[in-house]
Design a protein around this ligand. Structure first.
Ligand SMILES: Nc1ncnc2c1ncn2[C@@H]1O[C@H](COP(=O)(O)OP(=O)(O)O)[C@@H](O)[C@H]1O
Ligand SMILES: [Mg+2]
Length: 221
């Protein structure tokens, strides 16, 4: 089953010298696939991810997530769609400092007025090994632990797809390896579909598919 698909997706940043950041990208990702996107700095990786996550709008082309053309949604519908269907993991974790770990993880559901499924919640925090940290605040956690919380938060809504921009970019080798194994485990347990941007060859090799961005074009490696 195709979870995510783009059709001639392009993004041009206007200006005196317009930048074609994403150039006619046609991408198709199946359910459960883990896809790594590599490429030089400035090649358009983050822009592509923002388009896929509905954070930014394309100049041309479409993004379909589970068959829905998200580029046709207005701002309000897009915000709701994103909250329900797209999990996002950032390099710098982006946890809310004055909320406990538990509240941080549940936040996407709470913002949507939805009730958490306790057994699924338990399964996620157990899988990520953070069940003992639920009452802590983000600043009481190491970087690796904060990223596990961010992964838990990205999974809590059972999103169609999880997008991650350099999820291990701020972690040391040991924590990077742990996050790699956790992504694998999460993939096995929850059939997560994941697209991640990375500069780390080991992280890329842990994915079933590696794509390379070159001047806005996406190529299979
Ligand atoms: N908001 C913006 N306005 C204008 N140009 C931008 C903007 N964001 C990114 N760019 C340009 O688009 C290109 C791709 O950037 P980006 O997607 O951030 O690449 P990467 O994530 O691969 O480093 C670069 O040339 C960058 O300077
Ligand atoms: Mg980037």
């Amino acid at each position: 089953m195709t979870v995510l698909r783009t059709e001639n997706l392009s993004k041009v940043y206007p200006g005196s010298e317009p930048v074609v950041a994403v150039n006619q990208v046609n991408l198709s990702v199946e359910k459960g696939e883990h896809v790594a996107i590599m490429g030089a700095s400035g090649s358009g990786k983050s822009t592509l991810l923002h388009l896929l996550g509905g954070v930014d709008r394309p100049t041309e082309g479409q993004v379909f997530i589970q068959g829905i053309d998200i580029t046709s949604l207005d701002e309000t519908d897009m915000a709701v769609f994103r909250r329900r269907n797209i999990g996002i993991i950032y390099q710098f974790f982006n946890l809310v400092p004055n909320l406990t770990v538990e509240k941080n993880i549940l936040l996407p559901l709470l913002l949507d007025g939805r009730r958490p499924d306790p057994s699924y919640f338990q399964e996620i925090v157990h899988t990520l090994g953070i069940e003992g940290k639920l009452e802590r605040f983000p600043q009481q956690l190491s970087g690796g632990e904060q990223q596990r919380v961010a992964i838990a938060r990205s999974l809590v809504t059972r999103p169609a797809v999880v997008l991650a921009d350099e999820p291990t970019g701020n972690l040391d080798r040991r924590n990077t390896e742990e996050i790699i194994s956790l992504f694998r485990l999460v993939n096995q347990r929850f059939q997560t579909t994941l697209l991640l941007i990375t500069h780390d060859e080991k992280v890329a090799l842990s994915c079933q598919r590696v794509l390379v961005m070159v001047d806005g074009k996406l190529e299979e490696r």
